[in-house]
Design a binder for this molecule. Structure first.
Ligand code: AHM
Ligand code: MG
Length: 342
């Protein structure tokens, strides 16, 4: 009979890990560490709500639409409020921006402000919540670049390569927080019995080529010929590569997390119905591309590196090819504009 080993995988809490990382930088002010602690606290609170879905009246849609014209779920609104309340008073942020809010969220006058801007998608994949599919929170931190107390739009419209921290929380079979401050990618699993995130996945590296393809191919009829050819390549139908296994949850954090650990590519191309794709550059593509690159993977909009895209709008959308480097390179090679020779 197999005996289950109950020894904890780790006793390194996220707080201890953040402090130890901070000590490597004697010049660090501790402000970024404070932001990460506060996000971990918000994550525990959101996790708690998500775990109660189905038992109390928090599933289902509200009567509101967000700025993208999407119906807000009750848990979108709750998670958004939790993030704002957990983050607004620490004195480290100059403003926030959320996928669920039309404009920048100012820091109330009664609180101090700081030198960082926080962007987040409070509950990604929330349309899945009613059917108990994993959802997530995604976040991105950049330094303020304007003068003055309050954050301005310009502070948020910085290319993703300027992120100083990014990460996500996945509310799956367990709750995990995965983040990077530019020194590798580290994953922490929430131990619900003690309410602590414990280091479970230090220094995550993603395989160079993956076995999974995550794509919603119901849009095939709206793809251009280059994208269709790329999908045939990924599926092994043109005989050039081995076929990928198709796995699509429809919850970006869940699809991304699986591919990060096991190898693969997440693809959400532009199509004739959505010429700029669906996913948001600031709240989804940038933070996950940052994580992916830190783990040895890559992120592209099909032409250029996601982290080099200059944002022009808060809620800008982008096509997205994200995951194992070899698989993203395949996309870039096959989507390159065809040279017209005289
Ligand atoms: P959301 O932020 O409103 O939840 O939308 C983003 C979600 C992603 O989690 C997922 O990858 C994608 O939308 C799925 O879109 P589609 O249903 O078009 O495949
Ligand atoms: Mg989202």
């Amino acid at each position: 009979m197999n005996v289950v080993n109950h020894t904890p995988v780790s006793v390194v809490t996220i707080e201890r890990f953040i402090i130890e990382q901070e000590r490597l930088y004697p010049e660090a002010s501790g402000e970024l560490s404070g932001i990460l602690y506060d996000i971990a606290l918000a994550a525990k609170m959101i996790s708690n709500k998500v775990r109660m879905a189905g038992l109390v009246d928090i599933i289902g849609a509200t009567e509101n639409e967000n700025v993208q014209g999407e119906t807000q779920q009750k848990l979108d609104v709750l998670s958004n409020d939790i993030m704002i309340k957990a983050m607004d008073h620490g004195g480290r942020l100059c403003a926030m921006a959320s996928e669920e809010e039309p404009d920048i969220i100012p820091i109330p006058d009664r609180f101090r402000t700081g030198k960082y801007c926080l962007m987040f998608d409070p509950l990604d994949g929330s349309s899945n919540i009613d059917v108990n599919v994993p959802v997530g929170t995604i976040f991105s931190v950049v330094r303020k670049i304007t003068n003055g107390r309050a954050g301005e739009l310009e502070d948020f419209l910085q290319p993703g390569r300027r992120q100083v921290a990014a990460g996500y929380i996945i509310y799956g079979s367990s709750t995990m927080m995965v983040y990077s401050t530019g020194q590798g990618v580290h994953g922490f699993t929430l131990d619900p019995s003690i309410g602590e995130f414990l280091l479970s996945h230090p220094n995550i590296r993603t395989p160079h080529k993956g076995k999974f393809l995550s794509v919603n191919d119901s849009y095939e009829q709206y793809w251009d010929e280059q994208v269709k050819a790329l999908m045939r390549r990924y599926r092994g139908l043109d005989g050039v590569q081995q076929a990928h296994n198709v796995r699509y949850v429809g919850s970006l954090v869940a699809d991304f997390h699986r591919n990060l650990l096991a190898g693969g590519v997440f693809v959400y191309p532009a199509n004739s119905m959505s010429p700029r794709g669906k996913l948001r550059l600031l709240y989804e593509a940038n933070p996950l591309a940052f994580i992916c690159e830190q783990a040895g993977g890559a992120g592209s909009d099909g032409r250029i590196r996601i982290l080099d895209v200059q944002p022009t709008e808060l809620h800008q959308r982008t096509p997205l090819y994200l995951g194992s480097k070899g698989d993203v390179m395949t996309a870039i090679e096959m989507l390159m504009p065809v040279e017209v020779t005289a």
